[in-house]
Design a protein around this ligand. Structure first.
Ligand code: C5P
Length: 391
C-alpha cells in the first residue's frame, strides 16, 4: 500500500533518532521511495552515511543547497506524498507550530501542504511542559497526525511518558493516512495466525515454526482497508483491532467456529497442528531408564474443512504450505477442504515463507483458476490477496 509512494522523513535531534534507521528500512521493504532530512543537531546522533545507505537517496540537512534552480526544501515538498517527523523534539514542534523556518527541516514542514505525521519523543518534564503541549495541540487542531509518545524507560535515565511510540505505530499511521482505499469498510474478517501448540505436560509441548507474519500482515492490511478485524492468534500481540489469543488447535476451533456465518470472511493463515497428544500428563514427565519413550498422538479436528462444510454466507480462505509439487497438491487440497480460495506457498524455498518478511504465492479459487503473485513483502502480498478475495 506504500509501494511507489515517496515518504519524506524529518529527523530532529532526539536520542530516538537512531530508531529511525529501522523505520527507513520498513518503508523501503514495502517498496516506498524514502527521502530523509535532518536538523543540523540531529546529525550528531545519526550519520548521513547510514541514512543514505538505507534510503538509497541523498540526505538533506542544510538550507540554501539549491539544485536544478529550485531550493531543496521546495523540491522535497513537490516530490513527497507524506512527511513523517520522527522523532519530533519539543524545540522543533514548537517552531513548526509558530511558523518558524530556521533550518531546512522547519522550512520544509512550513512549505508542505500534504499530510504530516508527527511522532514526538522527549524527556517527561519537557513533554508535560505547558507550552509544548499547547503547540502540539495547535498542530493537532490543524490536521497534523500525532503519534503520541509512550511511557517507559527514557534515555535520560528516568521513567515516564516521552519515549518514541513503536515504529509499527508510525508505519501503520502512514498507511492509514495515505490509503484512502477503504474497500473493506463494513466487512467483518477473522484471520488466524501463528502455529498452534499442543501440550505434552506442564512444561513441554509440540508446535511448528510458523512465525504468524503472514496472518498478521493480512490482519493489518484488512484493518487499513477499513474492515472490522479479529485476529485469532497463538501469540500475544498488541494491535488496534481485536486480538483473541488461543493456544491449542481445540482452542482455535472453538474460537473460529463462533464466527462462521456471522462474518464475511475467515482466513485460516495459521499452521494448525494435525495431531495432539493423546494423554496430557498433569505432572511433569520424569526421565526414566528407558532409551526410548512413546508419546501417542491423536488427530485434531480439521478446522478449515469443518467450517468450509458448515459455511453458508462466509467466504472461507485456506493456506497450503508445501515443500514439493506445490500446485498439484494445492489443487487436491482445495477440493478436499472445500474452501473458496486457497493460498499456496512453497516452504522449501529459504528466501520466502516461514519467518521471512517476504513471500510468493499462488491464489487458487474453487474452479481451479490460479493466479500467481510474485515475490514481494508479506504486506504487499496480503494486499493483493485481499483485493482478489473481495474482487
Ligand atoms: O491440511 P493442511 O494442514 O496442509 O492445510 C492447511 C490449511 O488448513 C491452513 O489454512 C490451516 O490453517 C488449515 N488447517 C486447519 N485445521 C487443521 C489443519 C490445518 O484448519 N487441523
Amino acid at each position: 500500500m506504500l509501494k511507489g509512494k515517496t515518504i519524506l522523513i524529518g529527523i530532529s535531534a532526539g536520542i530516538a533518532a537512531y530508531k529511525i534507521c529501522e523505520l527507513v528500512r520498513m518503508y523501503k521493504r514495502v517498496g516506498a521511495n524514502v527521502r530523509v532530512m535532518l536538523t543540523p543537531n540531529a546529525l550528531n546522533l545519526v550519520t548521513r552515511l547510514t541514512l543514505e545507505s538505507l534510503s538509497q537517496n541523498e540526505v538533506f540537512v542544510e538550507n540554501f543547497d539549491i539544485k536544478e534552480y529550485k531550493p531543496e526544501h521546495i523540491s522535497l515538498c513537490d516530490e513527497a506524498d507524506i512527511l513523517v517527523l520522527a522523532p519530533a523534539t519539543a524545540n522543533t514542534i514548537s517552531k513548526i507550530a509558530n511558523g518558524i523556518c530556521d533550518n531546512l527541516l522547519t522550512s520544509t514542514v512550513c512549505a508542505f501542504n500534504k499530510p504530516i505525521i508527527i511522532a514526538p519523543a522527549m524527556n517527561t518534564n519537557m513533554w508535560n511542559n505547558k507550552f509544548v503541549q499547547e503547540n502540539l495541540q495547535k498542530l493537532s487542531d490543524n490536521n497534523y497526525y500525532i503519534c503520541n509518545p509512550e511511557s517507559g524507560f527514557l534515555a535520560c535515565g528516568t521513567e515516564g511518558v516521552g519515549r518514541l511510540c513503536k515504529l509499527e505505530t508510525i508505519f501503520d499511521k502512514t498507511i492509514e493516512v495515505l490509503n484512502n482505499n477503504k474497500k473493506l469498510q463494513n466487512k467483518k474478517i477473522v484471520i488466524t495466525a501463528g502455529g498452534t501448540l499442543e501440550k505434552i505436560d506442564p512444561v513441554r509441548y509440540i508446535s511448528n515454526f510458523s512465525s504468524g507474519k503472514m496472518g498478521v500482515a493480512l490482519a493489518d492490511v484488512a484493518y487499513h482497508m477499513g474492515a472490522d478485524v479479529t485476529l485469532v492468534s497463538t501469540f500475544s500481540i498488541e494491535k488496534p483491532y481485536n486480538v483473541e489469543k488461543v493456544q491449542s488447535t481445540i482452542d482455535m476451533e472453538k474460537e473460529v467456529t463462533k464466527y462462521n456465518n456471522n462474518v464475511d470472511c475467515i482466513i485460516m493463515a495459521a499452521a494448525v497442528a494435525d495431531y495432539r497428544v493423546k494423554d496430557y500428563r498433569e505432572q511433569k514427565m520424569k526421565k526414566t531408564s528407558d532409551d526410548e519413550i512413546v508419546i501417542q498422538l491423536v488427530k485434531n479436528p480439521d478446522i478449515l474443512k469443518k467450517i468450509s462444510a458448515e459455511k453458508n454466507t462466509t467466504k472461507i480462505v485456506g493456506f497450503c504450505a508445501e515443500s514439493e509439487n506445490l500446485l498439484e497438491n494445492a489443487k487436491i487440497k482445495i477440493k478436499n477442504k472445500g474452501c473458496d480460495y486457497l493460498i499456496a506457498n512453497d516452504i522449501s524455498r529459504k528466501d520466502i515463507g516461514f519467518s521471512s518478511d517476504e513471500n510468493e504465492v499462488y491464489i487458487l479459487d474453487n474452479n481451479l483458476n490460479i493466479e500467481h503473485i510474485e515475490k514481494d513483502s508479506k504486506l504487499n502480498i496480503a494486499h493483493k490477496i485481499l483485493e482478489k478475495i473481495f474482487e
